[in-house]
Design a binder for this molecule. Sequence first.
Ligand SMILES: Nc1nc(Cl)c2cnn(Cc3ccc(Br)cc3F)c2n1
Length: 506
Amino acid sequence: VANLCRSLHTSPRWAQEAAQTSGDAPQSYEFQAETRMLLDIVAKSLYSEKEVFIRELVSNASDAIEKARYLALQGTQMDSSEAGMKIHITTDKYDKTLTIQDSGVGMTKEELIDNLGTIARSGSKAFIQQLQEAGNSDPQSIIGQFGVGFYSAFMVAEKVEVHTRSRLPNSVGYCWASDGCGKYTIEECEGVEPGTKIVCHLKIANREYADEQTVRDVIKKYSSFISSPIDVNGEQANNIKPIWLMDPKEVSPDQHDEFYRFVGSAYDKPRFVLHYRTDAPLDLRCVLYVPEGKPGLFDMNRDKDSSVALYCRRVLIMNKAENVLPKWLRFMKGVVDSEDIPLNLSRELLQDSALIRKLRTVIQNRAIRFLFDKSRKDSENYRKFFIDYGIFIKEGILSAQEQLEKEEMAKLLMYDTSAKPTGEKVTLPEYINQMQSDQKDIYYLAAPSRELAESSPYFESLKKKNVEVLFCYEPYDEVVLMQLKEFNSKNIISVEKQMRQNKDAV
Ligand SMILES: Nc1nc(Cl)c2cnn(Cc3ccc(Br)cc3F)c2n1
C-alpha cells in the first residue's frame, strides 16, 4: 500500500482501486453541510477570477512555512532546516496536474479534519454574510481572509489530493483526497515529507494551469513578494524582493529602479522616491515613485486606473487600487502594504470605507511633506518636477473641500515672481518670508507673458514700492489663486482688481 500510495497521485485508476481494496481502506468522510455550501459559493462566486486559486494555495504554503520558522525560533522541537523552506510548484501537462509542495508545519490528522471543518464553519457563515453585506463585492479577495483559499482549488480541479505530515515529533503522513462534491477520504501514508503537498487534478476546461508559463505569470502577478522562494519546475519564479518592507536606508537606487519598473509597468526611472513606514494611526509600509518621464495625455485622465498596488503582508490584494491615493496624486506609482487592511477588501469597500479614507489622508499628508521638503532641499529638481506635474497640484487645490487642505497643497505651488528672473520660481512660503514688514497681503498679476506683466500699469505702482508680485501666465494659475483666496492668513490679492477698486474708489 505504501508504494502504491507514493505513486497514488500519478497511477492509473486501476491502481487506486487496488489501493482501496487491499490493506486498510481509507476512511471515508462526509463534508459537513456548511463545507459543501462553502464549496458551492467558492466555485461559483469566484468564477471571474479562477487564477486566484494559485495565489491562495501559495499563500497557505507560505503561511505554513512562516509558522514552521516561528515555531523553530520558539525552540519548539521540530526539524526545520532553513534550506528546505521553499515552495516547489510542478506542472504536468500530460497528467493535467498542478502540484504545490511546501516544507511548512504540515497537518496532523486532527488538523486535516478540523481545518477543513473549522475553515468551513467559521468561514462559511461569515463568508456568506460578508458576501451578502457587501453586495456582490468582488469575492476574489474575500477568499483569502477566511483561509478558505484551499477550497478555491475545486474551481479548477476535478480532484485534489493533500499529502501532509506535521513537523511535530512522531507525526505520520496522511493522504487526503476529494472531488469536492461532498466526500473525502483520509488514509495514513508512508514516505510523505514533512509539510504539505497539494496535487490538483485539473478539469479538462482548466488545463491551462498545467502549463508552466501560465503558472509563472500568475505567480508573478500575485505572489512576487512571498517571503519563501517559489520555484516552478525547478526554476525560481519570485525573485523580486518586497523592498517596501526593507529598511529604507538598505535599498539601493538600482533596486528602486527595478522595482519601479515592475510595479509601474514603466520603462523609465523614478525621479523621486518616497519610501516610508508608519504604525500609527495605522500600519503602513509604502514605496511611492514620481516618474522621471513627463505625464502623458493618458496620465492626465482622472479616470485612469491608479498604478498603486495594494498588499497585505506581502500578498497582493489589488494591483490597481483606486482611492488609495487622492486623485491629484495619481501620477505616483508604487506599493502600499498595510496589515490593517482586511484581505476581504472589495472594490466597493475601497470606494468609501473609513479605513481607506484614513489611509488616503495619511498618504496625502506624507506625500505633501515629502514634496515640500524636496522644494526646499532639492529646489532645482523640484522646479523641474513642478513644471511637469504642477497641473496635478493645481487640480488638487481646486478639488479640495477644506481651506486647510487647499493650503497644505498650496505650499507646493511655484510661480514666476517680479523679484527673480523669468524661470526662477518662488513658493508661497518663500514669498511670505520675503515680504516687507508692513506688507499684509500676497499680490499676483495675471498676464500672458512676463513682458506684458512688467509693462502693465498695475505692476508699475507696486514695483515702485518694491513689493514682490507673483506672475500668472496661464488662466489656470489665476483661477487657483482666486479660489485659494488666502494662504497662511494672508489675503491673495489680484493687483489688477486692487488698482481698479482704488480707481473706482477715488
Ligand atoms: N499548505 C498548507 N499548510 C498548512 Cl500547515 C495548512 C493548514 N491548513 N491549510 C489549508 C488546508 C486545509 C485543509 C485541507 Br484538507 C487542505 C488545506 F490546504 C494548509 N495548507
